[in-house]
Ligand binder design. Sequence first.
Ligand code: ADP
Length: 558
Amino acid sequence: MTDTGGPGEREDRPGAGRSRNRRRRIILSELALTVTFTLAVGLGLAQRDALDSTALFLAGWALNLVVLVLCCTLPWSRISGRWVILMPLLDFVAIGLARAAAGDALSGVGLLAAFPVVWIAASRVRTAAAVAITVLASLAIIWFPVLAQPGPVTLDTVVDPILLPIMLTGLAWFVSELTKDNRRRQAALQASQAALRDSVEAGRARERLLGTVLDTVSVGLLAVDAHGHDILMNARQREGHAAAAPPGNDDPTEAELLIFGEDRVTPVPPERRPVLRAVGGEDLDGEQVWVGTGRSQRALSISSRSMHDDEGAFTGTVVSFNDVTELLRALHAKDDFLSNVSHEFRTPLTSILGYLELTVERRGSLPEDVTGFVQVARRNALRLERLVEDLLAINAGTFQVHPVPTDVGRILAEAASSGLIRATRAGVQLVNRAPAGLPAVADPVRLAQAVDNLLSNAVKYNRRGGSITLDASVGEDGLTVRVEDTGIGIEAEELHQVFDRFFRSSSVRSSSVPGVGLGLLITRSIVNEHGGSITVTSEPGVGTCFSMTIPQPAPSAG
Ligand code: ADP
């Protein structure tokens, strides 16, 4: 048996509040009985003559009042819950006295026992205990007068009084089960409320974490729903958005923002603006724009990824804005530097080469070994001159090509024969499968330069005992030139970078093979200027194949 604080008792309030509640419940439980008891006493006194004993009747009532006073005054917060049950038990005694005194006049007084029965059954007392107490107490109430009355106990005298204990026992059982069920529901409700509180708290914690992460990263982030409404914007993006706003407009639409193209002055048309395209479902990768004007103008690299629900419907997009202003400035500074240095190199180089040419022309008057030294110096000066020319051409961003009808077979044969010297020195076999005469339209000098670059790489990135195959044909797509080698190859993840400026693969960077990573960029520029394309396939340790295709004009009729 535990706390009998009264019907519907709750245990979810801690400390003083909980003990105040308990006192209130005890008093209310008792007060309901006292009020009914008092009314019954009033009725009893109205037919005082019919009572067996008025004094005993009033004594029962008085005991009930005493119990009420006890309920009101006892320090329940310091009394163990199990003692509360004494109150309804005392009530049984009070009701027993009143019933005994009422005799036949007011036999319904016994029904008052329903109050303490409900009190006990609705408390935390077990069903079996509540039923047992009810049976005993109600039997005592009913049977005490039966047994106390003079004369023998007959069937007639016991049949009627047996009904009340049965009813009260059923009531105790019913209320106890109901209370138990209620309590189970309440516990389940409290558990689910606690789980809900926990998940709300966890959600808040995650939100705080996400907010902090978003505001810590130096990339602007924006999440937009399927209708283009902002869902989330981090601090960095708020600053960026403000910087892109036209002067005097604090809340511009996307179309009103100051967004410019690569030249920093041509506005990007609204339908081409990255955010609007991302909202339209497009995934962007490093789209570059300039935002704002004047000194505060910034370069942004914009990427986005769309979001979809379980059915695959577009639900919005997340856009990232990376400020690449400093990077672009650094790249410009580097380009300017390379361009200036190349210009500065060109004049002295031309002079060195001129004097070396003059010296070579007079080789008859020089000792043989000195002629050899001069030849080496001239070769290296020429290499340097080629590098300087390439750097200047790359910086200018274009290679002028002048396609003319030419014999590509002859160009390839010459390239192969000069490549053969290097290949033989490196222990590599070079085979030229291109037809001796192959007429096509191309810039002979630039084409020779492109093939030279490919053959030079095929030798440099090969192995002793390896081979190189040069081949060419003219077909539907135009002129195709292929350079295939059995060299070191290129890793798959680096393959897409081979045409990038200054790219050198990781294995080559750590080797002693000379190079600056411009050859393939120049080769691709030459092919592109012809309106053609270049592709590469490679397998590490097996070899690499470059294939250039240059479209040819349709043969004129006749
Ligand atoms: P460079 O040869 O001066 O380094 P390139 O632009 O000609 O510059 O080539 C860029 C990079 O591509 C090279 O450094 C090398 O890592 C890789 N590469 C080019 N051609 C080949 C090839 N035939 N085999 C293997 N790797 C190659």
